[in-house]
Design a protein around this ligand. Structure first.
Ligand SMILES: Nc1nc2c(c(=O)[nH]1)N[C@H]1C(S)=C(S)[C@@H](COP(=O)(O)OP(=O)(O)OC[C@H]3O[C@@H](n4cnc5c(=O)[nH]c(N)nc54)[C@H](O)[C@@H]3O)O[C@H]1N2
Ligand SMILES: Nc1nc2c(c(=O)[nH]1)N[C@H]1C(S)=C(S)[C@@H](COP(=O)(O)OP(=O)(O)OC[C@H]3O[C@@H](n4cnc5c(=O)[nH]c(N)nc54)[C@H](O)[C@@H]3O)O[C@H]1N2
Ligand code: SF4
Ligand SMILES: [Mo]
Length: 906
């Protein structure tokens, strides 16, 4: 049989959603992909047992989707708009690339930044960084180019796990936070819909844990699939989780015996014993300016790092000290009274009783007490466990937060409360407890533990954007102004996408006082993202896109964003293109591996039509813009995922044009050398056979605790003195520049957060839009579906067929009794509206949702994507506003909106 007709099994990876990457093999018969199978050879190394989820089974249909864009195209209708047919016509690759290069070369001549100081080139990529595993060496092109604005938001970031990303990384190097599911025995999950969103590894780990006896309490307004297979469902009122969590802390601090907390952990491993002065800042040693603690051994105040310290966890002490505030101002000097940070917290949390919380969050006080007591009973304070020969604390309790709980107003307070709950029983970064997975802001990004370095005051370092007079700047590098407005966003490669990415869109119409006028980018690249569907205020966003002068979209099918493109480039998709990525270690939510290494995605089948591999497109762009030397230099430095020169050899490419396979062959060799400790340097052909290569990753590295102990550092909890200072400084800088529009956000910088009515801004939005809140009595929410990867695979018939068999996918979920009161029957046409806009859909009646809540799964409302445009599903994003009032201090908002509901008369 000739090779062409042979049956082959091709190993590759899937990273269609952030819960990956997962490993699979593709069966190829006669050159045609016919089946997706697990990668059985990887069963022993992959936390999902070498298996993939339903979405990956859609890859065969994805490849052969008849609606794919298979040639480069250009728009021939100069008018852009939703109602305008772009009249795309096929063109050659050469014409497409010549056109793009002409725009880029004009920019290089004119200057890379415009009159406002913003980059003239912008680029948006979607879904939590997953496009990076499909875009080959394009990052090397962008690096060679120079300044690029990557802050035009696309739904990820500010609608995503946002507060958790920033605060989580600040407190425990947890860009993503996860329970240590294999050991955890009691999990409070506030709107974390892990059975839909956790991917193969998440679902598998949780099912095993539940079979083992882990009790999961699902706190959320609607009964998700996760709630349905939890031991208990607590139907909380939307956006009130902070009240619930604060009351849990209250019970732990005011109703249970103090000895049931981990007092040793609090005293030795956190900032709890630090003395807080009358103005709320730490009391410091006069000579060294180190924070002071009360030493019970000597009966004296000593610096936090004094040898042999016996920290007093609670109490008030008069000490000779300095109190230093914002901008290094000395606020007090001499004999000052200090309370320990722990005592401050105990006093502060007194007000948040379960009875108070019941009023706010609609969870009975008795339920709050039950959960708090079960949490403490399961915490095993004092017990230890051996991991890789080391004895560590064993604390099998955790709290996880879903995306709507941890972004927008209240996100900070929920993240703080969750982390404090872990801290109180010593369950932070230890086996069984709450642990982080990935770092994205601190460096080095690939090594979480190495990123832990000593910072100020005995805590970890963190790359906060400067707020001091000399270094803070009112002239942002990109349009969303993350560096100016959000100290916690840092300034690394991910920071642009983690800033307030809706500002880039909003400020196009009106830039607030003090910032340089926000401009349209001359060239906008879009890849694997669909902000015209996934962001808020999608109709408004589409109108703005229509004003962009030159848009280049890498396209799979036509969609609502590339509808506004000037050039469409046909993308070689998942089974057609080539890339090597890092796998293993600890990753997004539940991807905890006992191995680390690399996996290859390779062309299992020939590319269809004229679709082209991203690496070839990037190399071509580099050539046509005269940037090849810089582009190759970037690849050599690691823009392809691994530096080509390292301790195990030099695989660097010379500074000239290379074809795709030559580039990836060099990257493969460097990866092989790294993973084998220099014993091998296998090239691309070897990786095509093997698909994946790993080495062991010690389980002890899942936990940050040993590193904190080894580096003699404390977790910066519970008291947020540093953030309070940063917030005060930021406020001064803004006011010095007559910028007052961020004042509400500045209120979020608090040493001990207050619990407020965090839902209020969304209710106020109704008035803003000209309505009466009483007439818009429902909360419209959204949730994940296991079948869909955002809106990325909505065009696959098979995915739709599977999804429609799962409750809730055919319309808007409404509480049965409430619907009956409104005369709405299952399947009825309904209208969901804000004062500004309305959408239509079908009613899905379910008992498992609060009467004041509606739920629209996923993100739909497509009007251009083939297949999906005929679904007729209501979209939350059409109704949700994009607004400064709905933006918190980290720059995020949330996916919820106040609406009315009625039966639609046809
Ligand atoms: N209503 C609602 N909105 C939400 C959310 C929600 O839960 N509900 N979640 C929010 C969150 S957390 C996130 S992270 C964002 C994600 O939102 P986005 O990052 O914008 O992701 P998608 O909507 O999946 O857009 C992916 C696009 O890529 C295209 N595509 C798919 N495969 C390929 C390919 O192989 N090649 C090319 N070139 N293109 C491809 C698809 O057609 C689609 O248009 O959405 C946010 N928006
Ligand atoms: N299959 C699949 N998996 C995915 C993705 C995907 O598109 N498809 N996307 C990935 C991405 S980018 C993200 S960000 C994650 C998101 O992962 P999750 O956060 O787990 O996602 P959702 O299902 O959107 O979470 C919504 C849940 O929160 C509840 N909820 C809404 N508002 C509130 C509230 O105020 N309080 C409480 N307690 N609950 C509330 C809803 O009822 C719903 O069950 O999923 C990731 N995993
Ligand atoms: S969970 Fe599914 S879609 Fe997401 S990366 Fe894994 S296999 Fe792919
Ligand atoms: Mo997300």
């Amino acid at each position: 049989m000739s090779a062409e007709f042979a049956t082959r099994k091709v190993p590759t990876y899937c990273y269609q959603c952030v819960a990956g990457p997962d490993l699979l093999t593709v069966k190829v018969e006669g050159g045609v992909a016919t089946e997706v199978e697990p990668n059985f050879c990887a069963a022993g190394i992959h936390p999902g047992g070498g298996k993939v989820c339903v979405k990956a089974y859609g890859l065969v249909q994805k490849t052969y989707n008849p609606n794919r864009v298979l040639t480069p195209m250009k728009r021939t209708n100069p008018r852009k708009g939703r109602g305008e047919d772009p009249r795309f016509v096929p063109i050659s690759w050469d014409e497409a690339m010549t056109t793009i290069a002409a725009h880029l070369n004009a920019i290089r001549k004119e200057g890379l930044t415009d009159e406002s100081g913003y980059p003239r080139v912008a680029a948006s990529f979607g879904g939590g960084g997953t496009p990076q595993s499909y875009m080959g060496t394009f990052p090397a092109f962008l690096a060679a180019w120079g300044p690029v604005d990557m802050g035009f938001g696309s739904g990820q970031g500010v609608k995503c796990y946002h507060s958790e990303h920033l605060y989580g990384e600040f407190w425990h190097r947890a860009f993503i936070v996860a329970p240590d599911t294999p050991l955890c025995n009691y999990l409070i999950s506030c709107g974390s819909n892990i059975e839909a969103s956790g991917g193969v590894a998440g679902v598998w780990r949780h099912s095993r844990a539940r079979a083992r006896g882990m009790k999961r309490v699902q706190v959320e307004p609607h009964l998700s699939v996760t709630g349905a297979c939890s031991a208990q469902w607590v139907p909380i009122r939307p956006k009130t989780d902070a009240a619930f969590l604060f009351a849990l802390i209250h019970v732990l601090l005011h109703e249970v015996n103090r000895d049931s907390l981990d007092l040793t952990f609090l005293a030795q491993r956190t900032g709890s014993p630090y003395l807080v002065g009358p103005n709320g800042y730490y009391l410091r040693d006069r000579a060294t300016r180190k924070p002071l603690v009360w030493d019970t051994a000597t009966g004296m105040a000593l610096p936090h790092d004094a040898a042999g310290l016996r920290e007093a966890l609670e109490g008030r002490y008069a000490v000779d000290a300095l109190e230093v505030g914002p901008d290094d101002e000395v606020l007090g000097e001499g004999l000052l009274e200090g309370r320990t940070a722990f005592t401050c917290m105990v006093e502060h949390m007194q007000q948040y009783t379960p009875e108070w919380a019941q009023q706010a969050c609609d969870v009975p006080a008795a339920t709050i007490r039950q959960v708090a007591h079960e949490y403490i009973e399961h915490a095993c304070v004092g017990q230890t466990i051996e991991i890789d020969g080391q004895t560590l604390p064993y604390r099998p309790v955790a709290v996880s937060l879903g995306k709507t709980v941890n972004n927008g107003w209240g996100g900070f307070e929920c993240c703080w409360a969750r982390t404090v709950l872990a801290t109180l029983v010593g369950a932070l970064e230890v086996p069984g407890g709450t642990i982080g997975t990935t770092v994205r802001l601190a460096r080095p990004m690939a090594q979480r533990l190495e990123s832990v370095k000593p910072g100020p005051d005995g805590f970890m370092n963190f790359p906060l954007n400067p707020t001091d007079k000399e270094k803070w700047s009112a002239r942002p590098n990109i349009r969303n102004a993350y560096r100016t407005m959000v100290p916690l966003a840092g300034d690394g490669p991910w920071s642009q996408a983690l800033g307030p990415t809706h500002f880039s869109w909003m400020f196009l119409d009106a830039t607030p006082h003090g910032l340089p006028r926000v401009t349209l980018p001359d060239v906008w690249f879009v890849y694997r993202t669909n902000p015209a569907i996934s962001f808020w205020d999608t109709p408004g966003l589409a109108d703005k896109m229509a004003r962009f002068p030159f848009v280049v979209a890498f396209a799979y099918t036509r969609d609502e964003t590339n509808h506004f493109a000037d050039i469409l480039l046909p993308d070689a998709t998942d089974l057609e293109s080539l890339q090597l990525i890092r796998v293993g270690g600890t990753k997004y939510v539940e991807q905890f591996w006992d191995h680390e290494g690399f996996a290859l995605r390779q062309p299992a089948v020939a590319t269809r039509g004229q679709a082209r591999d991203f690496t070839d497109v990037a190399s071509d762009l580099a050539e046509r813009t005269g940037l090849t030397p810089g582009y190759i230099a970037a690849i050599n430095k690691g823009a392809g995922g691994i530096p080509l020169k390292g301790v195990h050899g030099d695989f660097s490419l010379d500074a000239r044009h290379h074809d795709r396979d030559t580039i990836w062959d060099a990257i493969c060799r460097a990866a092989s050398a790294e993973v084998s400790d220099g014993k091998a340097a296998h090239g691309l052909d070897w990786w095509k056979q093997a698909g994946v290569a790993t080495r062991p990753y010690p389980r002890i590295n899942w936990y940050l605790y040993p590193t904190m102990v080894a580096r003699k550092l404390r977790f910066e909890l519970p008291y947020q003195e540093r953030l309070a200072r940063v917030g005060a400084e930021l406020g001064r800088r803004l006011h010095e520049n007559d910028m007052h529009w961020w004042d509400t956000q500045l209120g979020e910088y608090q040493a001990l957060p207050k619990c407020k009515d965090f839902a209020a801004p969304w209710v106020a939005q109704v008035r803003e839009d000209g309505g009466q809140p009483a007439e818009y009595p429902f909360w419209l929410l959204t949730a994940r579906s296991m079948q869909y990867a955002w809106g990325g695979n909505v065009g696959m018939q098979m995915i739709k067929e599977v999804a429609d068999n799962i409750a809730g996918h055919r319309g808007v979920i409404i509480n049965t009794r409430r619907a009956q009161e409104l005369g709405i029957e299952d399947g009825d046409p309904i209208e969901v509206a804000t004062p500004a806009r309305k959408v239509s859909g079908r009613a899905v009646l379910r008992q498992g949702i609060r009467p004041d809540t509606l739920l629209a799964i996923g993100q739909f409302g497509h009007w251009a994507t083939p297949g999906a445009k005929d679904f007729g599903l209501a979209s939350l994003n059409e109704l949700a506003s994009m607004s400064l009032d709905l933006t918190d201090a980290t720059g995020s908002g949330a996916d919820l909106v106040r609406v009315s509901l009625r039966r639609e008369e046809l």
